[in-house]
Design a protein around this ligand. Structure first.
Ligand code: ADP
Ligand code: ZN
Length: 591
């Protein structure tokens, strides 16, 4: 029952302005029809014959010639006489004068009915214009921020992204029952950032979070705060938080938060700079101002944490980060399964094959793929989506991806796999390296692939043995490229490995006294440059590490190839799998 009332109330609120507009227009139209009549009929009308008779009896004292007829005074009453054409002939005028009537003419504009017939449409047009202005001016403001209640999305609709989902369980528990947390003084995040490329499901996850917790979802975008009017953006920030408090417990979702949270320019002085800083400051003030007991959580989404103002990331603000990455093969298959529920696939279509054929696709791209395929099928009036439809859709989407320079060709994919396998192999075999946590050829930020290693414990003093192991692992990517494809085929993919290695070796030589040739002295830069013998020493050490990596890979070519195959097959493999593959190859060699 309350549901129905609530719905009616909402409908009224939403349709209210439109309803009022329609009523007003109706009223004006009715008035425009009735008004001239009312004005005309306020004087009784008599027939021309009756008037003629009165005239003949000389009872007419006054005649006022108006646009459509005559206003006549007979004795002490007035009456209106219609004329056939609305015109009075001179003959009639003479006759009236002869009968003793005083004849006069109104100025054309002064006919009240005439005036009304001009004025009413004018008023009408004016009213419509005012209404339109009211609609465009106030409607968006009154509907901002967009609030969604009873969100249907659940974590089940989000395929993969298990780490993000696990990370958010605590937030759900808090939103469901904030008292249980605050009672014991548990500190709950106020803000968290979801970081990842577009289309990976950040909005979807945030919505599902609100759905799981059963709280309202207030959705805004960073670009909502780039209003051209001074103070508007700042006001919107206040309004957002004010609305959120009213609807607590609830979740605020700020998409593209980088649009509002960019690093503040070093004291930029233009009006736009000041406006921007004012808005960001307001956001910081609001974040600090609300109490975690209020049950409001703010989630920001961005692809670029690096551009965010560090003040936003301080404790008590957006101090938690959840990474939402592009899906690997298994993830893509799961996403396809979710979206396949809405379309009709021909029998025999295997989603895992599609998943394999769509490297670099985001969740949104995959949703699109099935949708496009369905459109192709519908155009052909087909009963279900066939392999050809899927192929056509895939090609269409890949073209879009290429424009975004995200699509990976099969050759590139193999190259990335070899490079990452090189890192992973060295990390397994070089003593002193941290354990491999996972290896992937799914793009992460700027990197086309990644081998993640986890230190077993925090280190404060790093032995030279560990530094050298890290260097060999860093060189392992390029070394594998050279061993597999030849020296002419190596690529630009090792740039960050080289930068990282150069950094470490430079410090080994100039700060940490680890080069026998230079000895234990601190070497200062001379302007941009290091002394020649230091440069040479850095070069020698890096080359030595590179040779060690190359030797490791040449000696273990089977293991490298097995890792490459596994990466191409699964895209992401965890540390245990990496170690299993490497060990298995050892056994096979021994047998
Ligand atoms: P983002 O906010 O990261 O740009 P969205 O949440 O807007 O991405 O994702 C757009 C659409 O892509 C979603 O509505 C959904 O249909 C689809 N999608 C993305 N990721 C997933 C996923 N993990 N599982 C299911 N669908 C997904
Ligand atoms: Zn690398």
């Amino acid at each position: 029952m309350t549901d129905v009332l609530e719905k009616a109330r909402k409908l009224l609120a939403r349709k209210g302005v439109a309803l009022a507009a329609a009523l007003l227009v109706l009223a004006i139209v009715a008035a425009s029809i009735a008004l001239p009549k009312l004005l005309a009929e306020s004087v009784p009308e008599i027939t021309y014959s009756a008037f003629s008779r009165e005239l003949a009896e000389k009872k007419v004292t006054k005649v006022l010639v108006e646009g459509k007829g005559l206003s006549v005074t007979i004795g002490d009453r007035t009456a209106f006489v219609r004329l056939p054409s609305g015109l009075v002939s001179t003959e009639t005028i003479d006759r009236m004068t002869a009968a003793g009537a005083e004849v006069d003419f109104t100025k054309p504009g002064f006919d009240p009915a005439h005036v009304a017939s001009i004025l009413v449409p004018l008023v009408l047009v004016g009213a419509v214009l005012v209404l339109l202005a009211v609609q465009t001016d106030f409607k968006p403001a009154s509907r901002w921020p967009r609030v969604i209640r009873n969100i249907p999305d659940r974590f089940d609709n989000v395929a993969g992204q298990n780490e993000a989902k696990a990370e958010l369980q605590e937030v759900i528990a808090f939103l469901k029952d904030s008292e249980a947390f605050t009672k014991v003084g548990a500190r709950i995040p106020r803000g968290l950032l979801m970081i990842g490329p577009p289309g990976t499901g950040k909005t979807l996850i945030a919505k599902a979070l609100a759905g799981e917790a059963g709280v309202s979802f207030l959705a805004v975008s960073g670009s909502d705060f780039s209003a051209p009017l001074v103070g508007v953006a700042k006001g919107r920030v206040s309004k957002l938080f004010q609305q959120a408090r009213k609807r607590a417990p609830c979740l605020i979702f700020i998409d593209e938060i980088d649009a509002i949270g960019r690093k503040r320019g070093g004291g930029g002085s233009s009006a736009a700079d000041r406006e921007f800083e004012g808005t960001l400051n307001q956001l910081l003030v609001e974040m600090d101002g609300f109490n975690t007991t209020e049950g409001v959580i703010v989630i920001g989404a961005t692809n670029r944490v690096d551009v965010l103002d560090p003040a936003l990331l301080r404790p008590g603000r957006f101090d938690r980060q959840v990474h939402v990455g592009l899906p690997d093969i298994a993830g893509r298959e799961a996403i396809l399964e979710v979206h396949a529920k809405n379309v009709k696939l021909a029998p025999g279509i295997d989603l895992s094959t599609i998943a394999r054929g769509t490297p670099g696709f985001s969740g949104a791209d995959l949703g699109n793929l099935l949708n496009e395929a369905a459109i192709f099928a519908a155009r052909e009036n087909a009963a279900a989506i066939t392999r050809d439809h899927l192929e056509a859709a895939r090609n269409k989407i890949i073209m879009g991806l290429e424009r975004r320079t995200l699509a990976i060709s099969p050759e590139e994919r193999r190259l990335v796999a070899v490079h990452e396998a090189g890192h992973a192999l060295c990390a397994c075999l070089v003593s002193g390296s941290d354990k491999v946590h996972s290896a992937t050829i799914v793009p992460h930020g700027q990197a086309l692939g990644l081998v993640m290693r986890l230190p077993e414990h925090d280190r404060f003093c790093i032995p030279v043995e560990k530094l050298e192991a890290d260097l060999v692992v860093a060189m392992g990517g390029r070394a594998a490229e050279e061993v597999v494809f030849g020296p002419k085929k190596v690529t630009t993919g090792a740039a960050s490995d080289i930068a990282q290695a150069t950094d470490i070796v430079t410090r080994m030589v100039t700060e940490w006294g680890m080069s026998p040739a230079i000895g234990m002295v601190r070497v200062a830069r001379q302007g941009e440059n290091l002394p020649r013998e230091v440069e040479q020493e850095i070069r020698r050490i890096i080359e030595e590490m590179y040779d060690a990596a190359k030797a490791c890979i040449e000696e273990n070519r089977d293991r490298l190839d097995a890792l490459v195959d596994a990466l191409l097959e699964h895209e992401t493999i965890d540390g245990d799998e990496v170690r299993r593959i490497v060990a298995e190859q050892v056994e096979r060699l021994a047998a």
